[in-house]
Design a protein around this ligand. Structure first.
Ligand code: NCD
Length: 293
């Protein structure tokens, strides 16, 4: 995605947010279009917001959960996609545990493929909704410093944000236990910290991530209690950032582990603003993918 493409999606998403994520809008630009939500991994926020986004644009939305699809009977992803394509959908929103899955099926698909999270690789609409939330909280991303903390190695959210936020003028600091930091991060020109305190010093915003238990190859940290003590965001650590710095988390939250209750529910938390921005961003993305605007 180029900076211009990102800015244009964010501007469109902002107009949807002004209409309460499309609730006040009479416009139905995707009337007569079909969107398939195909989720092979669990999801609360992403699946629901894509469904609402499609419906608020006037599209017919069909949800298919991977756990109830024929891949469970041995069908390959290619055959599942050939089948879905034969139904003439205009967009297929795909979440899959394999990194690169959307890139593999996209060339064979007539429908636009939207990546809703592929393994440990990327989660582009999450990064867009984070960028929108940050822009609304900070006024601009230009010249701002954002700390992303936690299990960076296994996080598609961290990877997509590490690409998008610098494109929009922000500086990104990555921070996590050595065992949860990608070796490539420094090579990409990102600042890397293996302690949370220096990473938080004077930052404009903080993004906390949960430990991706389902993707851990082995024990990469001693215990959740120990992790919380050394890496958890509490009030004391929050004070290291600039006053009023917004706190983001893509969810699901593991309260008391990477984020303490008082911070998750505190005045600086913008976690629910992220959810609201998610519907608006996904409306902008679906509209652009289906209508090619
Ligand atoms: C994230 C995901 O699925 O990658 N959740 C989300 O989309 N809101 C983050 C996570 O699962 O930790």
């Amino acid at each position: 995605m180029t900076r211009e493409e990102a800015l244009s999606l964010l501007a469109r998403a902002q107009t949807f947010l002004d209409e309460r994520a499309g609730l006040d809008s009479k416009d139905r630009p995707l009337k007569g279009k079909t969107v398939l939500n195909v989720f092979f991994e669990n999801s609360t926020r992403t699946r629901t917001s894509f469904e609402l986004a499609g419906k608020r644009l006037g599209a017919d939305v069909v949800n298919l959960a991977g756990s109830s699809s024929s891949t469970k009977k041995g069908e390959t992803l290619f055959d599942t996609f050939a089948t879905l394509n034969a139904m003439h959908a205009h967009a297929i929103v795909l979440r899959h545990s394999a990194s690169g899955a959307p890139h593999v099926v996209a060339p064979r698909s007539r429908a636009a493929i939207v990546n809703a999270g592929d393994g440990m690789h990327e989660h582009p609409t999450q990064a867009l909704l984070d960028a929108l939330t940050l822009t609304r909280a900070l006024g601009t991303l230009e010249g701002k410093t954002i700390a992303i903390c936690g299990d960076i190695l296994h996080s598609r959210v961290a990877r997509s944000n590490a690409l998008l936020l610098p494109l929009l003028g922000a500086k990104v600091r990555l921070s996590g236990p050595r065992t949860m930091l990608p070796r490539s991060a420094e090579a990409l020109g990102l600042e890397v910290y293996d302690r949370i305190e220096p990473a938080l010093e004077d930052v404009d915003a903080i993004m906390m991530l949960r430990i991706q238990m389902e993707r851990l190859g082995g024990a990469l940290f001693p215990s959740t209690r120990e992790y919380s003590r050394i890496w958890g965001l509490n009030e004391r650590r929050l004070r290291l950032a600039r006053p009023g710095a917004p706190v983001l988390h893509p969810g699901p939250l593991n309260r008391g582990v990477e984020i303490h209750e008082d911070v998750a529910d505190g005045t600086q938390s913008v976690i629910l603003n992220q959810v609201e921005a998610g519907v608006a961003v996904r409306m902008a993305v679906l509209e652009s993918c289906v209508l090619g605007s």
